[in-house]
Ligand binder design. Structure first.
Ligand code: DLL
Length: 441
């Protein structure tokens, strides 16, 4: 089902015209109402923008700009006009604060209704929403989207896994929304209870808020008996609802481009990159009232494609996020993203998606070790509980995993095999895949 059929299937030329009109209006409002933009856009007149490509001449906005204006200095409306505030925690210090007017909350609901529909939702279906409710945008963003679409939304929030299973078994929802790492936790908990995937009522899952791979998707789909779609978003731009995969192709997420203008730029030079090339995602909010952002530098690495899609939408698709520019490890000169490690490990059926990467520094070089749980089947077939490196089959698997990583990433990472159930699991939120010990030195 297409929620906003007309605009989601607009010919791309008409979409660009709509975007240009909205961009001009955005520049006018931002200059007038936000001191930072008053300065930075002083030389830009809305009428100077003759095509959407002129966007490339506008300055970027960065997370530090929002931090410097903490908490409400970037608002384009008086604080009293906000009906809601969300915030996201970064790795350091203060929160990034985002405000919503009544119209922004309606927009937030609408783009999430679109995303849920892209992923297979229909009016009347039941949605088990296990994203966290609170300052995090996931819970409330998806919640309003589900209601807007006409679903029955169960606001479970994250955590308390046993209760989640009970509610899913008793209420029989068709769709679940949560982080991919938590979907895996739930799948494993069902398996531990002896519930088979075809006994679980769920048919669709809408997963995001952290990087994941197609290999991880296969595990989740098999474990819960669902077709899962990737949903993307970030608090600064609105929260979830920026883009989502359609269930027809599940190959890249359609960006709600009439509201969020997407670019991919070179991380070093900031120059826009052609379709298909990896770079930093940059978003311009075209219709947001409270916190309009011009060319917001997300730090996320992806690429764009305007190839036609089986679902009929003309909205651009963005590739899975490889990682954040800040998550990129440089190991002996090679750039490595955690998702590449995940994809390589999951090519071996003896390994599971329960892994983490420990990074340390020796001298000026990053050293990384990958800890990964082996499967129950591997242990059972080996006939021993031990993962001692002295055992031939254990050493063989470890070396095979190291060769696989070397082959697909191009640098050597040490692998440590762990017993099933010993690695940290998602308790409901985002899972930290990289443990960085470099800062400790
Ligand atoms: O994570 C919003 C969200 C909620 C998205 C629920 C999807 C579902 P923040 O907490 O501000 O907002 O974190 C935003 O999370 O810049 C990416 O680095 C990462 N991220 C979000 N979705 C994905 C995804 C929410 N599908 C940051 N794949 C973003 C990879 C994602 N990374």
């Amino acid at each position: 089902m297409i929620f906003d059929r007309e605009v989601e299937t607009l010919p791309r030329e008409s979409l660009r015209e709509l975007q240009l009109d909205r961009l001009r209006a955005l520049v006018a409002v931002a200059k007038e109402r936000v001191p930072l933009y008053g300065e930075r856009l002083a030389d830009v007149e809305p009428g100077d923008l003759s095509s959407i490509d002129d966007l490339r001449h506008l300055p970027f906005t960065r997370k530090d700009d929002l931090r410097a204006a903490y908490p409400f200095g970037m608002l384009a409306v008086p604080r009293s006009q906000l009906v809601r505030v969300h915030a996201s925690s970064g790795t350091t210090g203060k929160l990034t604060v985002v405000g919503y007017t009544r119209a922004d909350v309606e927009l937030f609901a609408r783009v999430n209704a679109r995303c849920l529909a892209m992923a297979g939702a229909e009016r009347g279906m039941m949605l088990h929403n296990a994203y966290g409710y609170g300052l995090f945008t996931g819970g409330l963003g998806i919640h309003y989207g589900g209601e807007r679409l006409g679903m029955t939304v169960i606001p479970v929030s994250g955590g308390m896994t046993e209760r989640q299973l009970m509610l899913i078994e008793d209420f029989r929802p068709e769709m679940i929304t949560c982080t991919p790492s938590y979907a895996l936790t739930l799948a494993q908990a069902f398996a531990a209870r002896g519930v088979a995937p075809n006994e679980i009522s769920l048919r669709y899952a809408v997963l995001g808020a952290e990087p994941w791979t197609d290999a991880m998707r296969d595990e989740i789909d098999a474990g819960l008996g669902v077709a899962s779609s990737n949903i993307f978003g970030l608090s600064e731009v609105i929260g979830p609802g920026v883009s989502c995969e359609c269930v027809e192709e599940r190959a890249g997420s359609h960006v709600n481009e009439d509201h969020f203008l997407a670019e991919v730029v070179d991380p070093e030079t900031g120059e826009p990159l052609p379709e298909g090339e990896d770079g930093v995602l940059v978003f311009t909010t075209l219709t947001k009232e409270a916190l309009p952002l011009v060319r917001y530098w997300t730090g996320d690495i992806s690429s764009l494609s305007s190839a036609p899609c089986a679902c009929g939408r003309t909205l651009l698709r963005m590739a899975r996020i490889k990682g954040r520019a800040d998550d990129m490890l440089i190991i002996r000169g090679v750039n490595v993203y955690p998702t590449q490690v995940e994809a390589a490990l999951l090519q071996l059926p003896e390994l599971t998606p329960n892994y983490r990467i420990l990074v340390a520094r020796s001298g000026t070089l990053d050293e990384a070790e990958v800890e990964v749980e082996v499967s129950e089947v591997f242990l059972r077939e080996a006939g021993t509980e031990s993962l001692s490196g002295d055992l031939d089959h254990v050493r063989e698997l470890r070396e095979r995993a190291e060769r696989r990583l070397q082959g697909s990433i191009g640098c050597s990472l040490a692998v440590s095999l762990r017993a099933p159930g010993t690695m940290p699991r998602s308790e409901g939120g985002k899972l930290q895949r990289v443990v960085d010990r470099r800062a400790l030195r």
